[in-house]
Design a binder for this molecule. Structure first.
Ligand SMILES: C[S@@+](CC[C@H](N)C(=O)[O-])C[C@H]1O[C@@H](n2cnc3c(N)ncnc32)[C@H](O)[C@@H]1O
Length: 498
């Protein structure tokens, strides 16, 4: 354990945290395994409590004294109770307090630089062309937030935020550092309330929690906390991710020690659970001495891992290749509409607007995810069929408030094929280009990560396109009289796999 880590562990214990140092320690793994993380020092059973964090040691707008010093009325007036700006300002202010801050030693071990695309230059960002990362970066929202909320709040209280420290503690650059710390390390503690009798399923702890608590002979009151990647508190993130309900921003908390654990796809062997006043990191399966203790970031696709955490998973896949088994390619509904327009050039524009509006009103998806399992998301077929309905069929569907059944006939599949091809065309390199780039020993980290993200997506698209090709041939085979039928394929058409 390095000196920094030692000081941090000591601080953690002084603040009332407990850590089983006979079972685990903080150490340094190779960068590909997450860098700093936690290692098991002996064989551990499932259900072992590795460390416990008192609620007051977590850092949030609930536990920092800044909001009350600033005054709750003003806190609301400056919009600091929305999104992450309040927590960012609290973290800035706590840092400016130096050793006087309750979290000084914790803040000291937090990263100050990140490999996330938010910090990439335009040349590196160009390498992400085709992926959905660029639209999700939220650079403009961040700038707006800083200018419209943080700056006026800072200027309103020179007693709390002395202008002499503005560059060191309160600059736009520091705003990004704090935002990125939250993005990659915070937990959503929204369910971190005492569980009342009769509360719904939602708050049930999972079976591993039960066993953890049984072992410690505590009354089971625990529930698994959302992992870092399940945070839902940042307004811009919510909008991007389409998360259903905005949660209370003060639920977003930095959780010292818990945020020292790395993650890898389906490797989680420990999880954070809560009791009334403490959060416990509990092993969820046996861990061998010397193995890394992994938390979960929800097994995200590489595009999201890179955007939020600055790394990618590069693991053996079931099909013998390498990548992230959780990868997905997003096909926006707009690409599907463009595909229909290209094939049916005579269709009037307003037909699309009306039908898409209705589709969304009825709760239809605006993005369709395709993954390595190479399955069609059925809703995409409903949407395509809706766009292809004749005017009278459309009127009937609307009257009955009934979306078309997701039936993939040849015409529907042909539209999907066009949409997937359009999506594939958005990348500026081919699969072959990317594969040969990855052979290079001198590939910079950002470029390597960008190549891995786009390669995974393109391979999924390629696999889906192969399936669509087969299914179109089979569909034409079944219905030889359709207008779009190529005779040769119709004769030799294979049976649909669906
Ligand atoms: C919650 S922190 C984990 C602790 C972190 N390694 C540290 O030193 O503080 C999340 C960050 O750890 C790194 N990380 C976690 N899992 C990783 C992995 N499988 N590969 C590479 N980096 C990883 C990423 O930089 C990520 O943003």
């Amino acid at each position: 354990m390095g000196d920094d880590c030692q000081a941090f562990v000591k601080w953690f214990q002084n603040k009332g945290g407990t850590v089983d140092l006979t079972s685990m320690e903080l150490t340094y793994f190779p960068a590909s395994e997450g860098g700093r993380g936690a290692v098991a020092l002996k064989d551990l059973e499932e259900g072992h409590i590795l460390f416990s964090i008192p609620r007051e040691v977590t850092m949030s707008t609930r536990t920092s004294s800044l909001p009350s010093l600033f005054g709750m009325e003003n806190w609301h007036r400056f919009g600091l109770d929305e999104g992450w700006s309040g927590l960012i300002l609290s973290m800035m202010w706590e840092t400016a307090q130096g050793p006087k801050s309750k979290w000084a030693e914790y803040l000291h071990v937090l990263p100050t630089s990140f490999d996330t695309p938010m910090f990439w230059d335009d040349k590196d960002l160009e390498e992400l062309r085709g992926t959905s990362i660029i639209q999700k970066l939220g650079k403009e929202d961040a700038e707006k937030d800083y200018q419209s909320k943080l700056k006026p709040a800072l200027e309103s209280r020179p007693d709390l935020f002395p202008p002499a420290g503005s560059e060191t503690y309160y600059s736009y650059k520091i705003y990004h550092v704090m935002g990125s710390r939250i993005l990659s390390r915070s937990f959503n503690t929204e369910k971190w309330q005492r569980r009342e009798e009769g509360e719904g399923e939602e708050l049930q702890g999972d079976t591993s929690m039960g066993s953890a608590m049984d072992i410690d002979e505590h009354e089971v009151k625990g529930s698994e906390l959302h992992s870092q990647s399940r945070r839902e508190s940042e307004s811009s993130d919510e909008e991007e991710d389409g998360d259903d309900e905005p949660s209370d921003p003060s639920d977003t908390a930095m959780v010292p020690m818990a945020d020292m654990l790395n993650a890898r796809y389906e490797h989680a062997n420990a999880s954070l659970f809560y009791e009334e006043n403490v959060l416990n990191m509990v092993t969820t399966q046996p861990i061998k001495a010397g193995d890394q203790i992994w938390n979960t970031y929800s097994d995200l696709p590489n595009s999201e891992l890179l955007r939020r955490y600055g790394h990618v998973d590069w693991l053996p896949l079931e099909n013998g290749e390498q990548g992230n088994p959780g990868d997905v390619v997003e096909i926006p509904a707009t690409v599907v509409v463009d595909a229909v327009k290209e094939i049916h050039t005579t269709m009037a524009e307003d037909r699309f607007t009306q039908r898409i509006d209705w589709w969304l009103e009825e709760g239809g998806d605006d993005i369709f995810d395709f993954g390595w399992e190479v399955e069609y998301p059925e809703a995409v077929f409903s949407l395509i069929r809706l766009l292809l309905l004749s005017d009278s069929e459309w009127e009937k569907a609307r009257e009955k408030s009934k979306l078309p059944k997701p039936k993939p006939d040849a015409e529907v599949l042909t539209v999907l094929q066009n949409a997937l091809t359009r999506r594939l065309d958005e990348y500026s390199t081919s699969i072959k280009d990317d594969e040969s780039l990855l052979q290079r020993d001198d590939l910079r980290l950002n470029l390597r990560n960008a190549v891995i993200v786009r390669l995974g997506e393109k391979k999924i698209l390629d696999a889906i396109l192969a399936k669509v090709g087969t299914d179109i041939a089979a569909a034409y085979g079944k219905r030889p009289k359709r207008k779009l039928e190529p005779q040769s394929e119709a004769k030799g058409g294979k049976k649909s796999r669906r």
